[in-house]
Design a protein around this ligand. Structure first.
Ligand SMILES: NC(=O)c1ccc[n+]([C@@H]2O[C@H](COP(=O)([O-])OP(=O)(O)OC[C@H]3O[C@@H](n4cnc5c(N)ncnc54)[C@H](O)[C@@H]3O)[C@@H](O)[C@H]2O)c1
Length: 362
């Protein structure tokens, strides 16, 4: 299939793109490149034909000729989403709906939205399937609910939206994120010897490796259209719902000399949910997750050692999405709406002919 991946230069995208290419798809990227080379962990990013473009500026002409859009480009976590809630709604909600509408007008048959289990929000100990009530507690999570509802209403003949509600991701990526729970706990352990828990440790979180998230997107691409049409799936792994304190204990066991500690100001965290995975197992049998949290900590620890990760890398502008964005705004490189201030950097659209002829993946 000819697939456009938005946000292909981010944490999940840089791992998903090579997997899509290996699966035989023809892949083009679209990203405003908020996280550049200064956010790389050692490796280089996959090279594919790409638009450097903000999804808010997309026109249906940009999407003609694609069979599917995989939409990853969003402000990607709660702290960043809470920095400026109206901007979060503008990018994550309005931007996503505009993109979906443009895809539908352009005749793109499949629109796979990277949604989130955080929509379930404050849900306590119950194990939730896709019909559970939404209790989003942050602008980020609310933006995901609003987008699902609006894009779902666009479903129809010839346009199949699919909503993949990912669990919290972990794993090594060229565009590592240090703000995700397992990456962060392992990073603290490696750089300081403290496995620092920032909450009271009790919240439940389903977690999943980014390669397994990518496998779910690929399973949707390869599934019969009637099976996935306008469906939402929890993207998680059976047995991989953990309390944060259990993850911390696992990190303590694996990273030599490390010890669990609780941050002095860490209180209860209202974001607490466990999810059921029966629907994805039944309807998308091609989705075969291969990772566990324990294997993930081992992978992260090895990569942190190889790349000499420092505490500043982990908690500063390199790997914390919110710090990076704040820094870019302080230096004036991006404005308060997260648009590049230099006209040479903004929204340039390579001609379609150039994209096709330069495709290294064809
Ligand atoms: N990582 C997780 O735990 C997780 C869990 C559930 C859902 N998700 C969702 O998956 C998607 C990808 O997450 P990620 O972890 O790779 O995030 P990320 O922050 O690493 O990557 C997001 C990418 O989108 C780009 N982007 C942001 N705003 C844009 C805009 N307006 N126009 C064009 N490009 C823009 C950024 O430059 C970046 O490359 C997001 O939608 C996120 O909400 C992630």
């Amino acid at each position: 299939m000819r697939v456009l991946v938005t946000g292909h230069k981010g944490y999940i995208g840089t791992v998903m793109v090579p997997m899509l290419l290996a699966d035989g798809h023809d892949v083009v990227g679209m990203d405003s490149e908020l996280f550049g080379e200064d956010c790389l962990l050692g490796e280089t990013e996959p090279q594919i034909p790409e638009f450097k473009m903000d999804v808010r500026e997309v026109d249906s002409k940009d999407l003609e000729g694609f069979d599917a859009v995989i939409h990853l480009a969003n402000l990607s976590n709660d702290p960043l989403g809470s920095l400026n809630p109206s901007l979060t709604y503008e990018i994550n909600y309005h931007g996503s709906v505009k993109l979906a509408a443009a895809a539908k007008r352009a005749g793109v048959g499949l629109f796979i939205h990277s949604s989130s289990c955080s929509m379930y929000g404050a849900a306590g100990d119950a194990i939730l399937d896709e019909s559970a009530e939404f209790n989003p507690v942050t602008p980020y999570a609310k933006s995901k609910v609003l987008t699902e509802q609006a894009v779902s209403a666009m479903a129809g003949d010839g346009f199949s939206p699919v909503f993949l509600r990912n669990a919290t991701a972990y794993g090594v990526s060229p565009k590592l994120r240090g703000d995700l729970v397992l990456n962060n706990l392992t990073g603290w352990a490696f750089t300081t010897g403290k496995v620092l828990i920032l909450s009271d440790g009790t919240p439940w979180r389903p977690i999943i490796h980014i390669e397994d998230i990518s496998r779910a997107f690929m399973a949707v691409l390869n599934a019969p259209r009637e099976v996935v049409h306008n469906e939402a799936f929890n993207v998680a792994v059976p047995g991989e719902n953990y309390q944060v304190r259990d993850l911390a204990a696992m990190v303590e066991e694996i990273v030599p000399g490390s010890k669990v500690e609780y941050a002095a100001d860490g209180g209860p965290d209202p974001r607490c949910y466990r999810v059921d995975t029966s629907k994805i197992e039944k309807l998308l049998p091609d989705f075969k997750p291969q990772w566990t949290a324990r294997k993930g900590v081992e992978e992260l620890y090895k990569a942190y050692k190889e790349n000499n990760l420092t505490e500043e890398d982990l908690n500063g502008t390199r790997f914390q999405r919110i710090r990076h964005i704040e820094h870019k705004q302080e230096t004036g490189e991006v404005d308060s709406t997260l648009r590049w201030t230099s006209s040479t950097d903004e929204g340039e659209l390579a001609p379609e002919s150039e994209l096709i002829s330069s495709g290294s993946n064809r």
